[in-house]
Design a protein around this ligand. Structure first.
Ligand code: DP6
Length: 360
């Protein structure tokens, strides 16, 4: 009887507080700047992937949210992840059979795969679905292949699927060190602090639109690299210092500094998008209104009590200390009541939630 090998795993989303925007190498997915993110708990935003390997499969197939991806063979990013994990599996098989002398090692590295991946949140709406998706693919493959490698090693492979995916291999507070080597061997994710480091910190996600975004992150950042002078200033003069300050604010649990840096970095990322020619607009009127409401709330409080950040889409991610979350939910619900004509909706409790930032 032919045995089928199967593994299932889940990976959470991460949302950056120091944004990655721009690649110095598009093939290897090497970033122009380092970045920092927080990995969420798996409960609300996660990818779940099941992978089967069998000698009976005639080709590798992938289903994303139930729809088959027809161009797996030409999808470079998927192929990068398959190639790198299969290479490690092959090395492992050789090691087992030659060095340790185990016979009949299952040649999983030669089998085609059937992959089924689902997200429990809108895909490609600026909620980091590629991050959790590729992290999950690489992690599930590593489990299937029983790879004896660290999360940092896996992060270098996930990075070649989607840059931000490398950070989802860790829970808690994570940095992606851009590295300096041409082959990308030092461009990897590292954990700054674990998920239980700052239990008072929570995140609120406001789904403004679950429509697929107009300009993908990949296209958008290349266009910014080509045309924005502001991006060059950001890469050379702003991010290196911010990486240090943000790391310190996290380690010291200094919410005031953390909030200031988070909002400034989101603003500068979107300013770079506006400085791209032709410009890219990810924020919409509701996103900008949320920025105003949070700014006014912080001004009135005399300290930063909430920090907004936006990725490549209009949805707001708000970091705040647990004790302030009810007040912030009230505030947002007051200004943006359910069922407004402008499609903004906060009525569904599952779409407005407070979530601890842990890997789970
Ligand atoms: C705005 O990781 O999606 O979310 O590497 O081309 O797949 P590719 O891009 P991607 O870009 C994420 C950009 C961002 C900021 C961030 O997550 O740091």
């Amino acid at each position: 009887m032919v045995q089928t090998h199967e593994k299932t795993a889940t990976s959470p989303v991460n949302i950056a507080v120091i944004k990655y925007w721009g690649k110095r190498d598009t093939e290897l997915i090497l970033p122009s700047n380092s970045s920092i993110s927080i990995t969420f708990s798996k409960e609300h935003l996660q990818s779940k992937t099941t992978i089967r390997a069998s000698p009976l499969f005639e080709k590798t197939r992938l289903w994303l949210n139930g729809i088959e991806e027809i161009n797996v063979i030409n999808n470079k990013r998927l192929q990068n992840c398959f190639r790198e994990t299969k290479l490690l599996r092959k090395e492992y098989e050789d090691k087992l059979s030659k060095e340790i002398g185990i016979d009949n090692v299952i040649p999983l590295s030669t089998y085609h795969l059937h992959i089924c991946s689902v997200n429990n949140f809108p895909t490609a709406a600026g909620l980091a679905s590629s991050a959790s998706g590729f992290a999950c693919l690489v992690y599930t493959l590593s489990q299937l292949y029983e790879l004896p490698v660290s999360a940092t090693e896996l992060s270098k492979i996930a990075r070649q699927g989607s840059g931000s995916a490398c950070r989802s291999l860790f829970g808690g507070f994570v940095s992606w060190q851009m590295g300096s080597k041409q082959d990308g061997s030092d461009s990897q994710a590292l954990q700054i602090a674990s998920s239980d480091h700052w239990p008072e910190l929570e995140v609120l996600i406001c789904i403004i639109s679950d429509a697929k975004k107009g300009t993908s992150s990949t296209e958008g950042m290349q266009s910014t690299v080509k045309t924005s002078t502001l991006l060059q200033h950001r890469i050379n003069n702003v991010v290196p210092e911010r990486m240090k300050l943000m790391t310190n604010s996290i380690l010291r649990k200094d919410f005031n500094k953390f909030a200031e840096l988070t909002m400034k970095d989101s603003n500068q990322f979107h300013a770079c998008c506006l400085d791209t020619f032709p410009p890219i607009f990810y924020l919409n009127d509701t996103s900008r209104a949320i920025i105003s409401v949070i700014t006014e709330y912080n001004d009135k409080s005399g300290e930063y009590k909430a920090a907004y950040t936006f990725d490549a889409g209009p949805n707001a991610v708000i970091y705040a200390l647990k004790r302030n979350i009810p007040e912030i939910i009230n505030l947002i619900s007051k200004y943006f009541p359910p069922n407004q004509d402008n499609q903004t909706f906060f009525s569904d409790p599952s779409k407005l939630f407070s979530d601890k930032k842990k890997l789970g």
